[in-house]
Ligand binder design. Structure first.
Ligand code: NDP
Length: 247
């Protein structure tokens, strides 16, 4: 079974990597179930996918709320008859020096980037375990591989999901549940991510860096497609997607 006909839940689908992935997977025959908070963006994307001949549905979803994520997964089952893949992609990157104590932003990153991913895992594991088939894909970051200044909390959330995904892989192998796991480690991808940084120095540095090296979110969408495509006994576990120019 390739991407075609798979039922794929995507969080953070209203822009950037999630949006590009929804478009590509739907073009390749997947049935996509889209979640994020901005309804107008989700509606426009579903309309576009349908106009292009694809199949898509959305539900307004805040990944920090377990009930929302569960409802998104239930929508996939009710509307398309099941779920094959969850792409835990929603995230925010609010970089700043730890010494600035932007603790409200620390909370947001922990709640969205870490707890939001855990909510996605919790929402699908019972189904994936029972059907002995399923695929959990999570967007970590190169910030989850290497520390960099300003990413004290952002990087911590991305290291944390990387660790959790590796343990999910080990548990799945040990328990024989046949669940596939993929962690994505994108470098600089031109999306809305940097727009939300409130620390002016951090934002200026990121803007300059992304202008110099950033690439299209289509690159990550293709990596997701590549991870889903192989048969169930093959797991593309860790995929790093660097812009060629990124040092
Ligand atoms: P965008 O800002 O374009 O997309 C982020 C997405 O997350 C949006 O769809 C946003 O939708 C959604 N989101 C944010 N908060 C919530 C929430 N509480 N509940 C549901 N959805 C939420 O950035 P990217 O596409 O770049 O980011 C996607 C992922 O990729 C993130 O996890 C990010 O950390 C990661 N990443 C990005 C890199 C890059 O260079 N761009 C590099 C490495 C990793 P809405 O606001 O409508 O809820």
């Amino acid at each position: 079974m390739t991407v075609k006909n798979k039922i794929v839940v995507i969080t953070g689908a209203s822009s950037g990597i999630g949006e590009a992935t929804a478009e590509l997977l739907a073009k390749n025959g997947a049935r996509v179930v889209l979640g994020a908070r901005r309804e107008a963006k989700l509606q426009a994307l579903v309309d576009q996918i349908k106009a292009d001949g694809g199949e898509a549905i959305y539900r307004v979803t805040d990944v920090t709320k377990m009930a929302d994520v569960k409802a998104l997964v239930e929508l996939a089952k009710d509307h398309f008859g099941g779920i094959d893949v969850i792409f835990n992609n929603a995230g925010v990157m609010l970089t700043s020096p730890l010494s600035e104590l932007k603790t409200d932003e620390w909370d947001q990153m922990v709640d969205i980037n870490l707890k939001g991913v855990l909510n996605g895992v919790a929402a699908v594991l019972p189904t994936f375990t029972a059907q002995k088939h399923g695929h959990v894909i999570t967007t970590s970051s190169v910030a989850g591989l290497n520390p960099y200044l300003g990413a004290g909390v952002y990087g911590a959330t991305k290291f944390a999901v990387r660790d959790m995904m590796e343990i999910l892989r080990m548990e799945s192998a040990q328990e024989g549940t046949n669940i596939r796991t993929t962690s994505l480690y994108p470098g600089a991808i031109n999306t809305e991510l940097v727009d939300h940084i409130t620390d002016q120095n951090a934002k200026a540095g990121m803007d300059q860096f992304y202008d110099q090296v950033g690439i299209s979110p289509d690159a990550v969408a293709r990596a997701v497609n590549f991870a889903i495509d192989p048969p169930d006994d093959v797991e593309m576990h860790d995929l790093t997607i660097y812009p060629t120019k990124q040092g």
